[in-house]
Ligand binder design. Structure first.
Ligand SMILES: [Fe+2]
Length: 263
């Protein structure tokens, strides 16, 4: 009974027909949906981990909604700094808001608890987890008892030793202290940095995926970091009783199959 789910992040969808940083993010998301249909149709669900749209217009959320309607599995959503919460709720429905007022969510499945946290804060590029969210998180971690937990949010909490460390979760100590109240945090998965990384920090495992928009080079000297057109990347997470694995699927610029000649 393996838990399987897909994480997409940083979709940066624009209203139909408009580009973001020269990229057709709607078309890229269509490719991501095609990849899920081709490879992950038996997954339990898909998470969209924020920066769903580039500029937060209602028309961009409508475009997003149209594209993800083709996904053959349930979709769970939280927001990033490029999103607009009122516009999102207008298009997707008020039910997405948790009692915290933000787009937080609990998913209990196959012995796991998955917790989505909305780290977006209007007017800010960095991430904020409000006191009410930390209290909500602590409560739901306690309720999970010893079940394995995976936390997914837009902003990375840990420093990656790159230029954008200044826009990670603001004041992450309360978040880390809350996570440490639970005995089995399997992963903390984020997007935001448009870069693939894996790390341990304060004894906890942190991962970022590059997401669907541009990617950045790891270039400490170049500010801002150079932007690359690819890959378009999603994560595929597999959870068993004693293991949690994150695989990265570059659905754009990374999946060309090697075809060997057969004599
Ligand atoms: Fe982003």
């Amino acid at each position: 009974m393996t838990l399987k789910f897909v994480v997409m992040s940083d979709l940066h969808v624009m209203p139909e027909g408009e580009l973001s940083m020269t990229l057709d993010t709607g078309a890229r998301l269509q490719q991501a949906v095609d990849a899920v249909i081709a490879r992950y149709g038996d997954a339990d669900f898909c998470v969209l981990a924020g920066d769903l749209t580039d500029l937060g217009q209602p028309a961009a959320y409508e475009h997003l909604k149209t594209i993800i309607a083709r996904l053959p599995i349930p979709v769970h959503i939280t927001l990033g700094n490029h999103d607009d919460r009122p516009a999102f709720l207008d298009v997707f429905g008020a039910d997405f808001a948790a009692e915290t007022g933000k787009i937080d969510k609990i998913i209990d499945i196959k012995g796991y608890r998955i917790i989505l946290l909305d780290s977006s804060e209007p007017g800010r590029v960095d991430g904020v987890l409000e006191a009410a969210q930390i209290a909500w998180l602590r409560g739901h971690l306690a309720e999970a008892e010893d079940r394995p937990v995976i936390v997914i949010l837009h902003h990375n909490a840990n420093a990656l030793h790159i230029n954008s460390d200044t826009i990670r979760i603001l004041e992450p100590d309360a978040f880390v202290e809350a996570l440490k109240t639970h005995p089995d945090i399997r992963q903390v998965i984020a997007g935001h940095v448009h870069l693939t990384s894996t790390a341990t920090w304060r004894g906890l495992p942190f991962t970022t995926l590059a997401g669907g928009h541009y990617s950045v080079t790891v270039d400490q000297a170049h500010v801002p970091m150079r932007r690359l057109a690819g890959p378009g990347q999603m994560a595929f997470v597999l959870g068993t009783e004693d293991s949690t694995t994150v695989l990265f699927d570059d659905f754009i610029d990374g999946n060309e199959e090697i075809v060997l000649a057969v004599d």
